[in-house]
Design a protein around this ligand. Structure first.
Ligand code: FES
Length: 176
């Protein structure tokens, strides 16, 4: 448990960790006949807001929903769509579905690993990129496909990878 204090202090601390919208959503959920059944929806909201489920945010949900943290982390680790680690600003998902696999997705992964200096599942030290694999992205005719956040890059070749990454590096330069 990250927080200590009286019940009211704990509640206030928990509210500070989460956003007003999430706290309001939790309060609404608590009025439901089966608030525990809304835990997944609450965790989705937390992940949408912060990009992952930190120990602190799960503790805050535990306090506000009066659900043991062990149960919350059990749910968070059971469902693959919850992230327990902070991801990079740009999440690169390389499709490894059948069509993309046949068209050389493994070579695309290899090239991205080389260019970024990380392995699949890792995030670069500057927290800019996370490299992941994904199941069929639903655009098999355009295989091999990679997705960077919401941008879909079709028929990617190894030679295109540095240029694709450069566009994201350049975006960052413009922001700074
Ligand atoms: S297998 Fe890659 S998009 Fe379908």
């Amino acid at each position: 448990m990250v927080f200590t204090g009286t019940k009211e202090e704990l509640k206030q601390k928990a509210q500070k960790v989460l956003t007003k919208e999430i706290v309001a959503f939790i309060e609404k959920s608590l009025k439901d006949e089966h608030p525990n059944s809304l835990l997944i929806a609450v965790l989705h909201k937390v992940q949408e807001e912060f990009g992952y489920l930190s120990v602190e945010s799960m503790d805050a949900v535990s306090i506000l929903m009066q659900i043991p943290t062990a149960k919350i982390s059990g749910v968070a680790t059971f469902y693959h769509f919850f992230n327990l680690k902070k991801k990079g600003k740009y999440v690169i998902s390389v499709c490894i579905g059948t069509a993309c696999h046949v068209k050389g997705a493994d070579k695309i992964v290899q090239k991205l690993e080389e260019e970024l200096g990380i392995k699949l599942g890792e995030t670069t030290k500057d927290a800019l990129f996370t490299l992941e694999e994904a199941r069929c992205l639903g655009t098999c005719a355009l295989a091999p496909v990679i997705k960077i956040n919401k941008d879909v890059h079709p028929q990617v070749t190894i030679d295109q990878i540095p240029k694709i990454l450069e566009t994201y590096f350049n975006k960052e330069k413009k922001i700074k």
